[in-house]
Ligand binder design. Structure first.
Ligand SMILES: Nc1nc2c(ncn2[C@@H]2O[C@H](COP(=O)(O)OP(=O)(O)OP(=O)(O)O)[C@@H](O)[C@H]2O)c(=O)[nH]1
Ligand SMILES: [Mg+2]
Length: 273
């Protein structure tokens, strides 16, 4: 378990329960629907962000850090479904809510996929309807082939779900930069220049780069939703307000993002470690 107040569904519980949680939480859209989940009648917008990547790259660690820094009254519980040795079995889910100035309830749902090879079907289901993806890679040189294989796997699963890899924004996080024999900053810069994806370096166990990755991913999600649904006109939500409202509820103190967004320090989240 990564979060003190997170719900833990036992992997040994009744299968029925696990399956219904999985499908209710992750499969909220039909597989081929690449449309933003906007409910005008209920004045609700749901934004789905998926942390994807190889096993043990640090996806759950990213979510646990965000959870520990998010004010308790705007976040839901960190739901984790994992094995005894802390491997994600189905997914982790952290919901964060705010109300826009125009009166829409905005739910940002952060999911992780299970990285173990055998769980590909689950990865594909959790990826359904993603508005943006944070691809968490291990920076160590030895992890290169694994990162490449999961990068391909991400694109295959996007296509399987009717998501166009050219349209869905992806942010690349190179995590575990505290370990020896990692890609150099220059190599990361090369990757940044070659591709269209933002690239963020991270040490997720210390929180370094975690909020920066979230920020880039949310920006990508907003722009994608704006292009398909015109949120600014339809619900009066600008990119500036979207980003400001999310980070108004997260303690960014001591992170590079605080300087970037010129945010003041906030109270740490209740129950944060
Ligand atoms: N040294 C170091 N270890 C890290 C870092 N981030 C995560 N870890 C460790 O890597 C291990 C795996 O982290 P998780 O967050 O569980 O990885 P995951 O990607 O969710 O793994 P799966 O659920 O199996 O897909 C844990 O022991 C973490 O403490 C980091 O930045 N540096
Ligand atoms: Mg995990």
């Amino acid at each position: 378990m990564h979060a003190s107040d997170g719900a833990h569904i036992s992997p040994h519980g009744p299968l029925q329960t696990q399956a219904s949680v999985l499908y209710k939480g992750a499969g909220r859209r039909s597989p081929d629907a690449d449309t933003v989940q906007l409910n005008h009648a209920q004045r609700e917008l749901t934004v789905k962000i998926v942390y994807y990547g190889p096993g043990l790259s640090g996806k759950t660690t990213n979510l646990a850090w965000i959870h520990s820094r998010t004010l308790a009254d705007v976040r839901g519980r960190l739901l984790t479904v994992e094995t005894h040795d802390d491997r994600t079995l189905f997914f982790d889910l952290l919901p964060v809510f705010f109300r826009s100035a125009s009166g829409f309830k905005v739910k940002v749902k952060l999911y992780t996929v299970p990285g173990q090879v055998i769980h590909n079907a689950t990865r594909r289901i959790v990826l359904q309807g993603a508005d943006a993806v944070a691809f968490v890679a291990d920076s160590r040189r030895t992890a290169g082939p694994e990162n490449n294989s999961y990068w391909k796997n991400l694109h295959e699963n996007m296509r399987e779900n009717g998501l166009d890899p050219a349209q869905v924004p992806v942010v690349i996080q190179f995590n575990k930069r505290d370990l020896p024999d990692t890609k150099t900053d220059e190599e990361m810069e090369e990757i940044r220049k070659k591709g269209k994806e933002p690239v963020v370096g991270a040490v997720a166990i210390r929180g370094a780069g975690v909020l920066e990755t979230l920020h880039e991913t949310l920006k990508g999600a907003y722009r994608h939703m704006e292009a398909t649904t015109n949120l600014s006109r339809n619900i009066g939500l600008s990119e500036e307000e979207f980003i400001r409202q999310v980070f108004a509820n997260i303690d960014t103190s001591g992170t590079e993002l605080a300087t970037k967004l010129k945010l003041g320090a906030k109270k740490p989240a209740e129950g944060s470690r």
